[in-house]
Each structure stands twice: as structure tokens, then as C-alpha cells.
Design a protein around this ligand. Structure first.
Ligand SMILES: C[S@@+](CC[C@H](N)C(=O)[O-])C[C@H]1O[C@@H](n2cnc3c(N)ncnc32)[C@H](O)[C@@H]1O
Length: 501
């Protein structure tokens, strides 16, 4: 039997019911009375979402799916993904990926430490990074602990769940530098971005920006600065990455979070691994948990009721979503009432496979107007971006900011799925393409070369074994085999696992 979203949620719900007795004293989390009125079910779209304090979940009264919330100190963050269990499993896989690459890195550093050619300074540097990597592993593990990932298991048949899969490029550590930029570096970048936004916001003549939603809020410095400056009645910061929102909620409620930074181009020995203290910028910098709230959700199908926010902010988001911007814009329109404002800032660095989705500034602005918005102001402004004080690397980005007011409804397209139907439905034909032919022969060669390795054969011997199957000349085969082995070596496939980790 296929296990669908409802089934897996029922299991979660049953587990929750068992725990209910022990949680009888649970109270309504701060801000949830207001927040639940703004939400819609990401499965069926119903806008009646109840807060079930006893089972610690938000509950769709129409399709009966329950969305748990995760805790970070005194803050609670709803986990509003269409299949909450599947999404937790995906973050478990990402966390495991983080642990594996951390272990591989530690093994590489330990091996490097033992090399006789190290100078004293070299040994000190490697030791510093090794200690940093160990601590970083503990720090991330502690931050992610409220997700309770350890005991999760994949259901036997998860085909149906694949429809809601998150893109692979959104990893646990994808935007760690943004955490330091937001809460540790104090290098003027956040102020510059706020100014870029303020310049276009001047065209908005409303008295107040009203209820404000930031999609792709990351580590939340921009929504925090906007909240402190414009005092909206409510701010909601939404992102798909639980690590970023865990850090943000801790810092914004007044905690200091310690996390290691490993700059790309360290300035000196001390910069190779830097223990950063992430904290709100001023001693009075914490915000009231009643009206600055967080939401774990996918912006491509936001679980937000129609017309429920007065302002929507998309900072550095619209070009990185794995979706045609043409399909995303009507969703933003849907969240705002007439007169509501969409504020965008960031680059237009689209990297889609589909060339037709990689829009120019002119196309983007034209599309804004086609989707029921009137552009009130638009500006390009250079802002510093990820200029770590410990790294020689850093960029200046000429960001495009605009302020657009909704005057008409746009038509919402069908809900968006990242994976094509022929992957989800295992009975459909897999389409053929020229890329697949090229990719399969190169994978085949890699598989044959790697399978021939037995710890005794040399490159010349492996090449002779492979050449006969491909009808290639010897020098040509040796080059091809070397290329496969260089790739494997660069991916650390020849490292021995470290028994201590
Ligand atoms: C380039 S970062 C920008 C983060 C933040 N706005 C800033 O300026 O630092 C993109 C952010 O979008 C988030 N994100 C990516 N895909 C998303 C999705 N489908 N729904 C919601 N957030 C998403 C990422 O986790 C990340 O925090």
C-alpha cells in the first residue's frame, strides 16, 4: 500500500496523541493565535487552521493533516510543509550529509597533521581547523536537535512522497555565511541592504507597512531591521531551512549563538577557523515574541491564506527558486489584498536549466506589471555582499530593488512540484535525450574503471582491461582512465575512514 501524506501524518498524529497526557500543561505559543489566522493548509488550501496545543501541532480542519511546531528556547516555529514527516526525513538526510562531509574533512586534516613536511606554523594551522571542524559539528548538532531527527525512518513505500521533495542544492549549510553576515561581522552590509530597500519603499504612501511577510528570510536580519524600523503590527519570517531559523530565533530573542566560520580565502592563520559569536546588534536588540514570528515553509507554494499580508518582502529569493518566476509571481499577488505592497531586493542571477526562465531585468519588471502590480519605484544599488572580515573574498552586488503595489488579482497556477511526473510515477516512460546518452557512457566508463581497481592493478593494467571493451587506442584509454581516477581522488574516494569519528 502506498503511504501518502495523510497516512504518515496519521502516524505522527497517533504518536502525538500518546504523548498528549504528558503534555497536558502545554500552553498556546506566543503569537500563534494571530499567526494561525494567516495560514492556509499547504495540502488542500483550506484557510481554517486550528492550534492544537495538546498535540503541539497546527491542524487543518478540512484534510486533517497536522503540522508540528519545533521549539527553539521560548520560540515555537510551525513546520508547514505539505508532508511534514517527509520534509523532516529530507533534513535528516541533509544533516547526515553534513556529518559525513565533516567526518571526511576531519580525516583529511588528521592525515595532514601527521605529514612530516609540515612546519610548526603548518601544524598549528591544521590543528586550528581540525578543532574548529569538531566544534562546528557539535554546534550544528545542538542547533538542529529540536527537529528530533535521530529516530526518524523512511516509510517502506515513499514514491508518493517524492512529489514534495525539496531541491538538493538547498543543504543544511547552504547559507551559513549569511548567519555571520547577519549577526556577527558587523561590517555595514546589513545597513546597506536596509538603505537599498528604504529608497524604494519611499514611494509607498501608506501610513504603515502593516502585516509583513518575508519569504526566504534566511537568518532574518533584514526582516528584523525592517521590524525595528517600521514597527509593523506583525512580522512573519519564512524560510525552508530550519538551521537558519533556529539561529535567527535564538539571536532575536536575546541569546548569543556560537558557531564556527571557515572563510573561503582566510587572511591569516587565525582566519582559518573563527569562533563567531552571533548576537543581536544592540543590548536592547531582542524582539517581542508576540509579533515577530517564524514559519518553516516552501515559498513556491506558501501555506498562507489569501490576502492576509499587507507587505511581502522577497530578499535575494526570486532568482534561486527552482520554479519559473512566471509561476511564482501570481502567488505573491495572492498573499496581498488590493493596495498591498511587494518589496523585492537582490540579484537576477537565474541559473535554471530552462533558458527561457533566466529572465532579464526588463522581462522581470514587465512580468510584475502583467501580474496585477503597479511598479511604484525601481532602482539598482551597489551593496557589499558576504565580505567576511576574515576573508580576502567578498563581492559587491548591484541589487535590483522594487516596490510594487497590487491593483488587480492574478491567476494562480497549479501547485508546483519540483520533480517531473515520470520520476514520481514509476510506471511512466523515462524520456530519452542526447544528454542522457553522453552521460550514460561516461558513467559506464567510470563504473568499469572503478570496478577494475583491486589494490594491485596499475593505471596501465586497468587501461588495457578497459581498452578492449571500447576499441580505443592505449594512450587515449590511459588519459580517460586517469581522468576518472583524478575525479575519484578529488572526491576523497581514496581516503581511509577515520575510526575515531
Ligand atoms: C540567497 S539566500 C537569501 C537569504 C536572506 N534573504 C538574505 O538576504 O540573507 C536564499 C534564502 O532562500 C531560502 N530558500 C530557498 N528556497 C526556498 C523556498 N523554496 N522556500 C523558502 N525559502 C527558500 C534559503 O534557505 C535561503 O535562506
Amino acid at each position: 500500500m502506498a503511504i501518502n501524506a495523510g497516512d504518515s501524518m496519521m502516524r505522527a498524529s497517533n504518536r502525538a496523541s500518546k504523548a498528549r497526557g504528558a503534555r497536558a500543561n502545554a500552553t498556546l505559543p506566543a503569537g500563534f493565535a494571530a499567526l494561525s489566522k494567516l495560514l492556509a493548509c499547504p495540502v488542500c488550501g483550506n484557510e481554517e487552521i486550528m492550534v492544537d496545543v495538546a498535540s503541539r501541532a497546527l491542524h487543518c480542519v478540512s484534510c486533517d493533516v497536522r503540522f508540528p511546531w519545533i521549539r527553539c528556547g521560548s520560540t515555537h516555529i510551525p513546520w508547514m510543509f505539505p508532508d511534514p514527516e517527509l520534509t523532516r526525513l529530507e533534513w535528516k538526510a541533509r544533516y547526515n550529509g553534513f556529518l559525513q562531509s565533516n567526518s571526511a574533512e576531519q580525516a583529511r586534516l588528521k592525515k595532514g597533521l601527521g605529514e612530516s613536511r609540515n612546519s610548526i606554523a603548518g601544524r598549528r594551522r591544521i590543528n586550528r581547523v581540525l578543532k574548529g571542524r569538531k566544534k562546528h559539528r557539535e554546534q550544528v548538532t545542538r542547533l538542529i536537535a529540536p527537529l528530533e531527527l535521530r529516530d526518524l525512518d523512511w516509510p517502506a513505500d515513499s514514491a508518493d512522497l517524492l512529489h514534495r521533495k525539496l531541491p538538493r542544492n538547498q543543504g543544511l549549510s547552504s547559507y551559513t555565511s549569511n548567519i555571520f553576515r547577519d549577526w556577527a561581522w558587523d561590517n555595514g552590509e546589513n545597513e546597506a541592504l536596509l538603505i537599498a530597500l528604504e529608497r524604494v519603499l519611499k514611494a509607498d504612501t501608506r501610513q504603515n507597512i502593516g502585516k509583513t511577510l518575508t519569504l526566504g528570510a534566511g537568518a532574518c536580519r533584514l526582516p528584523y531591521d525592517v521590524h525595528r524600523k517600521y514597527r509593523p503590527e506583525l512580522s512573519v519570517a519564512a524560510d525552508i531551512n530550519p538551521l537558519l531559523l533556529q539561529v535567527a530565533s535564538a539571536v532575536i530573542s536575546g541569546e548569543t549563538i556560537t558557531l564556527h566560520e571557515f572563510p573561503i580565502a582566510p587572511l591569516n592563520e587565525a582566519s582559518f577557523a573563527v569562533e563567531q559569536k552571533c548576537r543581536a546588534p544592540a543590548s536592547d536588540g531582542s524582539l517581542d515574541g508576540e509579533n515577530f514570528l517564524y514559519l518553516l515553509a516552501d515559498a513556491t507554494s506558501p501555506p498562507i491564506a489569501k490576502h492576509s499580508f499587507d507587505t511581502v518582502i522577497t530578499p535575494w529569493l526570486i532568482d534561486i527558486l527552482p520554479q519559473d518566476l512566471r509561476a511564482f509571481m501570481p502567488r505573491i499577488n495572492h498573499l496581498l489584498p488590493e493596495g498591498g505592497v511587494w518589496l523585492n531586493t537582490g540579484t537576477l542571477a537565474f541559473f535554471h536549466k530552462e533558458v527561457s526562465w533566466c529572465y532579464s531585468e526588463e522581462e522581470v519588471l514587465g512580468m510584475v506589471e502583467e501580474n496585477g502590480f503597479e511598479i511604484l519605484s525601481v532602482e539598482r544599488q551597489p551593496v557589499p555582499y558576504l565580505q567576511s572580515p576574515h576573508s580576502a573574498h567578498g563581492r559587491v552586488e548591484n541589487v535590483l530593488s522594487f516596490c510594487a503595489r497590487k491593483y488587480d488579482e492574478a491567476t494562480i497556477p497549479q501547485s508546483y512540484h519540483y520533480l517531473p511526473d515520470w520520476i514520481v510515477d514509476t510506471s511512466q516512460a523515462v524520456p530519452n535525450s542526447a544528454d542522457i546518452v553522453v552521460s550514460s557512457s561516461s558513467h559506464l566508463l567510470s563504473a568499469q574503471v572503478l570496478a577494475t581497481i583491486d589494490g594491485k592493478r596499475s593505471i596501465n593494467q586497468i587501461s588495457r582491461a578497459v581498452a578492449s571493451q571500447y576499441g580505443l587506442g592505449t594512450p587515449e584509454t590511459i588519459q580517460a582512465v586517469k581522468r576518472v581516477l583524478v575525479d575519484a581522488w578529488e572526491e576523497n574516494c581514496f581516503e581511509e575512514p577515520d575510526p575515531d569519528i
